[in-house]
Design a protein around this ligand. Structure first.
Ligand code: SF4
Length: 388
């Protein structure tokens, strides 16, 4: 899944680009479809309990209140002047590699340019995530690029020709994508799947390729059931296998959210190669809400602390929520006894959404750690019948 940029040399198949920092790496054939994070930014021992100073490699800071609003306080506009500068200093001091500023194009914070330029001066890689997708004035975009924005993310949830009754919205999405591309800014596309749109993944993947992003971030549904919708473990498994095969041929990086089973599938497919953990909630990743509250992930609505009261380092390293999420020995159910728990661990957001317990087993995983089939190490392979 590392984005190939072409060229072969001495046993490598090309240059690959880290999804976080954009670092170019040489890759061996078996690395082609592995996770899109370079060794420097890969979450290694932090994923296992016991490392004294875990690092949030990626911080998502929602600057407008439309996305992460865990409590009424979060609706208060947080970043302003010295306080915002202080938080950026804290993030940089943690050796964080990258920051995503989540903004609504219709309510861009006046301090955004200053925040971006300060983040860049601190050595952070900066992405701007637009939600909802809406036209962003070209002069504004140019100023933000000059300030240091390296990528812009636009949300595309379904193949545009297949969406019914949403022509205006489609035009807005395409307009936002075109504006970013026309300005020469690397584009990220973000897809939030629903149980209904899982089946549209192949069509969506083909369309994503036409837009030419550097990264496609695919988020799987957290709630397995909704209004007449269900995401079964089997449907998730097949979608992830499709993504794995698609990623091997894609000209862009792919990031999988709320489906850490992808790591298990990669390890199974590659017989252990690439068996390292991805960033996950509280494990290399944290979210700052518009109100200054710190969460472990964008889909896990549990507040670990507030930046109005504690520095980020104290919350990320010491808050019980973060410590629990990093301690794979605390996982319950089959996730707790699964041999893949250190690279997967299940979606903590889905476990919480379904059971109210963020340490419970991921209710949408097909894998059974105790089955004789798996104990013998003969997990599913392409061309084999999938265990049900
Ligand atoms: S049982 Fe849990 S840890 Fe194991 S692969 Fe499934 S979700 Fe991951």
């Amino acid at each position: 899944m590392l984005r190939e940029t072409g060229g072969t040399e001495g046993g490598t198949v090309g240059n690959l680009v880290c999804a976080i920092c954009g670092a170019v790496m040489k890759a061996l054939e078996h690395d082609r479809d592995l996770y899109s994070i370079c060794a420097a930014h890969r979450q290694g021992p932090d994923a296992r309990d016991g490392r004294p100073e875990p690092i949030p490699r990626l911080v998502i800071w929602e600057l407008t209140s439309s996305v992460v609003t865990p409590s009424p306080e979060a609706r208060v506009s947080f970043p302003s002047g010295d306080l915002a500068d202080l938080v950026l200093d804290q993030i940089a001091a943690l050796q964080t590699a990258a920051i995503v500023f989540g903004v609504s194009p219709e309510a861009l914070p006046p301090s955004l340019e200053l925040l971006v330029s300060r983040a860049r001066r601190q050595g952070l890689h900066v992405t701007l995530a637009l939600h909802p997708p809406a036209p962003i004035p070209v002069p504004t975009l140019r100023r933000l690029r000059s300030a240091g924005v390296e990528r812009v993310g636009v949300r595309l949830d379904a193949p545009i020709p297949m969406r019914l009754g949403a022509r205006a919205a489609e035009g807005i999405v395409v307009g936002a994508i075109r504006t970013v591309r026309d300005e020469g800014i690397p584009l990220q596309l973000h897809t939030q799947l629903t149980p209904d749109t899982l089946r549209l993944l192949p069509a969506l993947g083909a369309q994503i390729g036409e837009f030419g992003p550097v990264l496609w971030s695919v988020a799987f549904p957290v709630l397995t059931q909704g209004a007449g919708e269900t995401m079964t473990a089997s449907a998730l498994e097949h979608a992830l296998v499709w993504l794995y095969l698609f990623a091997a041929k894609a000209a862009f990086a792919i990031q999988v959210c709320e489906a850490p089973q992808y790591r298990r599938i990669v390890a199974e497919m590659r017989r252990g190669a690439g068996a390292w953990p991805a960033l996950s909630d509280g494990n290399g990743l944290c979210v700052i809400s518009a109100g200054g509250e710190v969460l472990a992930g964008p889909a896990l609505p549990l507040v670990a602390g507030s930046l109005r009261e504690q520095p980020l380092s104290a919350i990320y390293r010491e808050a019980p929520l973060f410590r629990e999420l990093r301690d794979r020995a605390r996982l319950e159910g089959k996730c707790g006894r699964c041999e893949f728990r250190h690279i997967c661990g299940g979606s903590r957001a889905r476990a919480y959404a379904v059971t109210g317990n963020h340490l419970a087993e991921d209710p949408t995983c097909l894998y059974d750690p105790l089955s004789p089939h798996d104990r013998e190490g003969r997990g599913w392979r392409p061309g084999h019948k999938h265990p049900r």
